[in-house]
Design a protein around this ligand. Sequence first.
Ligand SMILES: [Zn+2]
Length: 654
Amino acid sequence: MIDQQTIERINDAARIEDVVSDYVTLRKRGVNMIGLCPFHNEKTPSFTVSPAKGIFKCFGCGKGGNSIHFIMEHEQLSYVEALKHLARKYHIEVVEKELTPEEIAARNDRESMLLVNEYAQKYFVSTLYNHVEGKAVGLGYFRERGFRDDIIKKFQLGYCLDEKDAFTQKALKEGYQKEFLVKTGLTYEGDNNYVADRFRGRVMFPIHSLSGKVLAFGGRILKNDKNLAKYVNSPESEIYHKSNELYGIFFAKQAIVKQDRCFLVEGYTDVLSMHQSGIENVVASSGTALTPGQIRLIHRFTENVTVIYDGDPAGIKASLRGIDLLLEEGLNIKVLLLPDGEDPDSFARKHNASDFIKIVNENSVDFMRFKTNLLLEDAGNDPIKKAGLIQDIVRSIAFIPNQIIRAEYVKECSTLLGVNEQILYHEINKIKNKKLEARLIRPGEPKKEVPKEDDASKSFAQNVAQLRTKFAGEEENIIRLLIKFGNHTLYKSAGSNGENEIIYRVCEYVLSELSQDNLVFQNPIFEKMKNEYAENYRNEEFEASTHFLYHSDVEVSRAAVDLISEKYTLSKVHERYQTVKPDEERLNELAPKFILEYKLAIIMNNRKDKMLEMKQAFEAKDKEKMALIRTDIERIDQLKQILSKELDRVLNLI
Ligand SMILES: [Zn+2]
């Protein structure tokens, strides 16, 4: 954890215009600066930086935030990683919070393993370039495969000498502990101090984490020896969980975001060749079947995946189940089948990036159509095979979380398979019900609420952004009012002789109105902001917009950015009441307006609930209860009348 003081120092140093202009050419326009958005493709600039507010906002794609958000988005880093990135840029020493002894031990283990890997990576690279055997065998191999030096360097490819323990002995001599050499799998350990290099005689492909740390290695043997596996990988360890990593993700993440598409290939060299031809939004599952962890990793950056297959039918069939998982995660999947005898590696060598993209666009097909046709071909006229095929297709469709997309597939597959749509729906529902049951009655697991259909197809970020709780609109108006104008004077109340004048601020009015009725915001982020505001507003140094913009909770600071940078003004929320007066001159009306609207919304919601109760009581013929509910509703209606009258009065003043 980074302590709050350090975060503030980083925030102070990292001026938004300074941070952004490392990546975007900015021109001055009025008090703001504009440039071409780095997050979406555009020809006329809609990317705006406000040095005064310390934020950026793109009116094309909607991305916005402070300096830290910009780095998070652009470099695809976590909040803490982005802070560290900026700390390095501005030479600020990062002070981390104290950890417990257990945390230190765990972290030390992980860090020691990462250090060993970093050392190994450098050693293997140095061997590749400087050792006679490395140059002749390793570098010779890469050059023969046609890899350019810049690609070999970029991916930090290396070579491990074909000797029993040359690497291990060197690492031990340099002071690296055997424990971590063994834990990372670089070294085998036997009895009587026996050690050996796992990767001897292999060219080395380091596997990087999302932030560029070397987590593991893949090694390819160059000798023809049937007793040796062609590829050997680092074993699972504290730092390497194979099922959560994708080869190439560190080098691909920015391109994936920018192109809003991820190419999925099988091997290391496929990734290298595609980079060499200029296509950088590509990752490899490294020959294993796709896992849910890998899919979620892709989903952090895009919803669009194109799987590139070579023409080998057995390989394709083996991978179909993995692709079903992609569907289940709500991704849009296309398939590009390469011509016979080609693999992504050989294919990328023959085409430059623009040709390649053109071929992809013209030849990739939707996954479901691809799978249906593939299985249809396979089944021929065999009725039993065909029945099995329908089951298979139906299962794939049932996984798709988005209802509209599912309906399209049903339609299309009904035509392709020559089966009535109703039958397909019937089968899909059977599978879905089974899945639901399994989820609800799995023993020992807490019952999960079944997510609403279309929510599941959205990425996490979208879900947060579109967190539309009840009264979210009304709550948002109030929070925006607090942040933007909380300190403004609402009205003055003079003492009897004109002395002892009391000044009421907007925040005092709003917070007392809310606490008077014990109102709790439904949106957890707004509620958090409201409570922090209430805790801090008496403090003279409290500056709401800064406090929330640079909040250590990313969701809060993102919400603050949206609240502050919104183009429309408060009073234009209802167009009918547009006037020329700026908001700050109408706070006397706007503040009560927002409070009244919020309270009215709550009351109307209560009324709706009461009406439902009434209906139930009526159906149950419970006259006593009906009378009670009726009294409640009458009370609600009276209150509603009072509030509406007051709201009308206020609106007429605007
Ligand atoms: Zn944009």
